[in-house]
Design a protein around this ligand. Structure first.
Ligand SMILES: O=C(O)CCC(=O)C(=O)O
Ligand SMILES: [Fe+2]
Length: 343
């Protein structure tokens, strides 16, 4: 399969019109009348310093009503957040020939490396995004020789960041389990061995941002995603039918609940539909760390959360089957988890 067109190459060629493959149909474009600035809700902020190991009422509300929130006082050193953003920027600033040495295999979904398309077979509208995906956990999947060696310390930073994000994700999963009145380790055990990927996304300036999306609306397929962004802004989350910007907070980490969390919580908590919009003058960088079950894991609603008033809402699913269906159908909002609903 031919390598896909890199968005950065297109953007740097100085075109003034957006190529047709990137033009969204009118109902999916950003800045429509529903993107009103008058919508008052802002994404919740959860302060881990106030938890003292106990449950946080604002965490429960954020998970149930939004499926996404900012976390502050998370314990991850701020220099590490800057270091991974800096490493990513250095990669994308490098000459194309250097970057292409790390190109991912365009024929296989979720292959590691430098990529531009989320789906191997994509006949839909393309995202205005390039990315670098790293396979980071379990350690047997870690192969730093596939990560850019030409950026100083890049490989060490990714390893340190991976370990730190695993620790934070586990801390959050404990708190989330407790907030559902489950034993603290319930969700961690339900998903089993952690499969972690780290994706650095780079959104080049776009000639007609009102017609494009950096990343189409989707929910993440795994358990939980931890994301950091720069000061440009562009991540939006769907709340009560409105797209709400997740304002960049310099030291915070964005937490996005993914589909397996919605299943395990029997729908008490929701996976957040989100997307990235782009702009015409500044490139934007984000780093998303995905915490997923192994493909052999069966995921089902926690029995403690099922009773006569709240029957099981989702069918059991083998996580590997869920992933295959996601890649063959594409995200299109939340249709993959909706397919598991028990009517
Ligand atoms: O770049 C962003 O802000 C969103 C990235 C994202 O949602 C993803 O990689 O799944
Ligand atoms: Fe996402």
């Amino acid at each position: 399969m031919e390598s896909p067109q890199r968005v950065q190459t297109l953007a740097e060629s100085g075109l003034s019109l957006l190529p047709e493959e990137y033009i969204q149909p009118p109902d999916l474009r950003p800045n429509r009348s529903t993107d009103t600035t008058t919508f008052a809700a802002t994404v919740p902020i959860v302060d881990l310093a106030s938890s003292h190991g106990g449950p946080l009422p604002e965490l429960r509300r954020a998970c149930a009503e939004w499926g996404a929130f900012h976390v502050v006082n998370h314990g991850v050193p701020l220099r590490l957040l800057d270091a991974i953003r800096g490493a990513g920027l250095s990669f994308f600033a490098a000459p194309m020939a250097e970057k292409l040495r790390f190109a991912c295999d365009p024929a296989s979904p979720a292959s590691e490396g430098y990529g531009s398309r989320m789906l191997a077979k994509d006949d839909g509208v393309l995202d205005w995004r390039d990315y670098f995906d790293h396979h980071t956990l379990p350690e047997s999947r870690r192969n730093p020789s596939r990560w850019p060696g030409f950026v100083p310390s890049y490989r060490d930073i990714v390893v340190e960041y991976s370990n730190s994000m695993k620790e934070l994700a586990q801390k959050l999963l404990h708190l989330i389990s407790r907030s559902l009145d489950l034993p603290p380790s319930y969700i961690e055990e339900a998903v089993g061995e952690v499969y972690q990927n780290i994706t650095i996304s780079y959104y080049s300036p776009c000639p007609q941002p009102e017609l494009a999306l950096g990343l189409q609306a989707h929910s993440d397929m795994g358990t939980v995603t931890l994301l950091i962004q720069d000061d440009v802004g562009g991540l939006e989350v769907l709340k009560d039918g409105e797209w709400v910007i997740m304002q960049p907070l310099p030291d915070a980490i964005v937490v996005i609940l993914a589909d397996q969390m919605e299943i395990i919580s029997n729908g008490e908590y929701r996976s957040a539909q989100h997307r990235a919009i782009v702009n015409s003058n500044r490139a934007r960088l984000s780093v998303a760390t995905f915490y997923d079950p192994s493909k052999a894991r069966k995921i089902y609603p926690a029995p403690q959360l099922i009773n006569e008033h709240r029957p099981a809402k989702y069918r059991e699913v083998l996580y590997g089957d869920y992933v295959s269906s996601w890649y063959s159908k594409g995200p299109e909002g939340k249709r993959n988890i909706d397919a598991l609903l028990i009517q």
